[in-house]
Design a protein around this ligand. Structure first.
Ligand SMILES: [Zn+2]
Length: 344
């Protein structure tokens, strides 16, 4: 029986030594130490031994069991480590491979143009103000000398939320709000960029939503010549030092007198071409001296204070500057159009 046990030990150790994976090792464990295993089988026969032999064989059997268990445990650690090693190797990431390029976006062309205009006026001492896009009838119209029955309201038909609330049709209410905040005591020098809305049918030159930048300068002794000087600087910085401007009489309810500003056509240099429709001039913006009623409604004494205001559409500026022929391009979010201007 002693030899039988020794033979089982040698056999088991040899098997454990050559085993290649953890499942096989498990099978070996069962085949020697399991309920029906060979070692267990031998131990069952111990009942037949004499009382003297029993403890001696019992001790040997325990040693054999321990030796086999130890060998299996050690081999199990070795095999588990090898399996982990293999897994790490197969799942390794090659950090030396070049990465997939991330497509970088850029600001929308309109955002760029608005920021360029803002920078220009900030440089001349203007502050940038914002206001609500859902505006009251009072600030959108009445405070700007457009009472409820004024015919000029027709040009600015808009989206009404209630009789007294609407999507603003211009950024002018921000001017009215700012003047009111200054309580008729302080000079106002501001621009207000933002989105505005009108009930226009979309086509190449109209959009129901567009952007505006308006400017306002109210102080003691502001003259029309100051307006002309500011607009001249703006035109030259925006469209080139060789551009000249002209002011044509116009009408706006909130300014008196009112003007339209044109710049000389860059394409034909004033000779007349298809871009300027043969006139040599291109219309850029509207402006004028703030109407005394508007000053008075905002709490400024028109006998002491005067001012000028101007308003332009960044879409139009961008279309002229970059040769864009359809205003809808700004809002279609076609990346083929938009990414042309990422470097602009
Ligand atoms: Zn021209």
């Amino acid at each position: 029986m002693r030899d039988e046990l020794k033979a089982i030990e040698q056999d088991a150790l040899a098997n454990v030594e050559t085993v290649k994976d953890i499942k096989e090792l498990q099978a070996i464990k069962v085949s020697y130490l399991g309920k029906k295993g060979s070692l267990t089988g031998v131990l069952r026969g111990m009942g037949k031994l004499s009382p003297e032999e029993r403890p001696v064989i019992g001790e040997i059997a325990n040693q054999v069991r321990e030796a086999i268990t130890k060998a299996i445990d050690e081999k199990s650690v070795v095999l588990e480590n090898a399996a982990l090693e293999e897994k790490l190797k197969s799942e390794a990431i090659d950090v030396t491979l070049p990465g997939r390029p991330v497509k970088a976006g850029g600001p929308h062309l309109l955002t760029k143009v608005i920021e360029e205009i803002e920078d220009l006026f900030i440089g001349m001492g203007y502050e940038v103000r914002e206001g609500p896009e859902v505006e009251t009838d009072y600030f959108n119209f009445e405070a700007l000398n457009l009472p409820k029955d004024h015919p000029a309201r027709d040009m600015q038909d808009s989206f009404y939320i209630t009789n007294e609330l609407l999507l603003r049709t211009h950024t002018s209410p921000v001017q009215a709000r700012t003047m009111r905040n200054y309580k008729g005591e302080k000079a106002v020098k501001m621009i207000c960029p933002g989105k505005v809305y009108r009930r226009d049918t979309d086509d190449a030159t109209h959009s129901h939503q567009f952007t505006q930048i308006e400017g306002l300068y109210v102080d003691k002794d502001v003259k029309m010549s100051d307006l002309k000087g500011v607009l001249d600087v703006f035109a030259k910085k925006m469209f080139g030092e060789d551009r000249s401007i002209r002011l044509r009489p116009s009408f706006f309810p909130f300014t008196e007198p009112s003007v339209e500003m044109d710049i000389s056509c860059k394409v034909c240099d004033g000779e007349g071409c298809s871009v300027c429709k043969g006139t040599g001039w291109i219309e850029i913006l509207g402006a004028g001296m703030v109407h005394p009623n508007v000053l008075e409604l905002a709490g400024y004494d028109p006998k002491v204070y005067s001012g000028f205001a101007f308003g332009m559409g960044p879409e139009r500026i961008a279309m002229l500057k970059y040769g864009i022929n359809d205003i809808r391009q700004f809002y279609l979010n076609d990346s083929r159009f938009l990414k042309q201007f990422h470097q602009a």
